[in-house]
Design a protein around this ligand. Structure first.
Ligand SMILES: Cc1ncc(COP(=O)(O)O)c(C=O)c1O
Length: 398
């Protein structure tokens, strides 16, 4: 069986996890901070906060950004539902904008049209998604966001290791926080870095970072300077004027969650991260081979364009008779996947008012798209077999 994505667990990964399991901490230990620091270095941001999964990362981000009941936030319909759902978790209103048919990313022109059509202040933020691993040009989005006073939350689940080149010629890594206020990642097994479940939030904003740390653990703080209750209350008896807060004392100052990560997952994350660049290079090789193999075939209506900063979480092609190809591949033990069913047409979002025809580019893309196997351990032979099976379907089998 050849899946569309797959984790790569090595002997070193297993040793790292075993070492963490034998240590004093299963959770809330030092390995989490070690992973966060390593991740910040890899991405090129100031702060990273590890959490239990990518969805938790999105939820905490929208909370930290202060999304409230009725706040309108813009995102793409071609994404995993969590990119939109995080706005709903805080009672906000999801406003989709269509995708660009070439890049498959949120179309900045459609976003601008939306913003122009309403008084300033109507929208609070944008959640662009580096779909399939292709970096959104956040410099352009930042300019627009600044004009309208919006925050940007980059969903980088598909793009650790991806980048775009800004107008000054500087390489901007996905999630580095130079243009977005926050970014989030997932460490689900099909992603570049796998920890089972897992997620990360990155930012350069110290206040947001501190807020995220509290929200991750029930809204609890141990920062003496911010305590609100008196020392006397904390101690539980009358105290001298200069008395300190006792060692056990902490305060729950906000409504927070338990979205913590564990130390053995962090150990796996550190080990996986050390091979991340090798993984991206292999993904690029696979993409180049697909590109070349399909470039002269009329059955291909569109395909992931090779650009340098693409992190190739997915390799998407658009074809006619997509369902026929999907079933034929399955008969031949190749488990391709569809990314994504347009989010606005999920029954939940239809109930909130979305309907067929709202985002025609996304809807047309959905009719044709299929994601082919893409993961570093996909062998040359397996990829050749995938390519030949696809060509065979269109030239001979149907
Ligand atoms: C674009 C995108 N956003 C968010 C998520 C949510 O991540 P997780 O599955 O770790 O909660 C995913 C994961 O599938 C994703 O692909």
């Amino acid at each position: 069986m050849i899946p569309y994505g797959k984790q790569n667990i090595t002997k070193e990964d297993i040793q790292a996890v075993a070492k963490a399991l034998k240590s004093d901490f299963l959770t809330q230990g030092p390995t989490i901070l070690e992973f966060e620091i390593a991740f910040s270095t890899y991405i090129g941001c100031k702060y990273s906060v590890a959490v239990s999964n990518g969805t938790a990362a999105l939820h905490l981000s929208t909370l930290a950004l202060g999304v409230q009941e009725g706040d309108k936030v813009i995102t793409t319909p071609i994404t995993f539902a969590a990119s939109a759902n995080c706005i709903r978790y805080c009672g906000g209103e999801v406003v989709f904008a269509d995708i660009d048919s070439d890049t498959y990313l949120l179309d900045i022109n459609k976003v601008e049209t939306l913003l122009k059509a309403s008084p300033k202040g109507t929208y609070k933020g944008i959640v662009p998604v580096d779909f399939a691993g292709r970096a959104v040009n956040l410099e352009a989005f930042r300019k627009l966001a600044d004009e309208y006073g919006l925050w940007i939350l980059e969903d980088s689940c598909h793009s650790p290791g991806g980048f775009f080149i800004d107008s000054k010629g500087i390489k901007q890594n996905c999630g580095n926080g130079n243009y977005a206020n926050l970014a989030i990642f997932s460490f689900h097994p099909v992603k570049h870095i796998a920890t089972g479940e897992g997620g990360m939030i990155t930012t350069n904003d110290e206040n947001i970072y501190k807020k995220l740390l509290e929200l991750r653990t029930h809204g609890i703080t141990r920062d003496v300077a911010s305590f609100k209750n008196s020392v006397e209350f904390a101690v539980g008896q009358q105290v001298e004027k200069e008395a300190n807060y006792p060692g056990w004392y902490m305060e729950m100052q906000h409504l927070g969650y338990n979205y913590r990560f564990t130390d053995f997952q962090a150990a796996l994350g550190i080990s996986q991260l050390s091979r991340a660049n090798v993984g991206i290079e292999r993904r690029k090789e696979i993409a180049r081979k697909y590109d070349e193999s399909f470039s002269n075939h009329a059955f291909i209506k569109g395909q992931s364009t090779f650009i340098e900063g693409h992190a190739y979480h997915l390799y998407v092609i658009e074809v006619d008779d997509r369902v026929g190809l999907y079933n034929y591949l399955r008969e031949n033990k190749i488990f391709a996947q569809i990314h994504y069913i347009p989010c606005h047409l999920m029954p939940y979002y239809r109930e909130l008012g979305s309907k067929v025809g709202d985002y025609p580019v996304a809807e047309e893309y959905y009719k044709n798209c299929i994601s082919l196997p893409m993961y570093p351990t996909l062998s040359e032979e397996e990829q050749t077999y995938v390519i030949n099976t696809i060509i065979n379907y269109y030239q001979n089998a149907n």
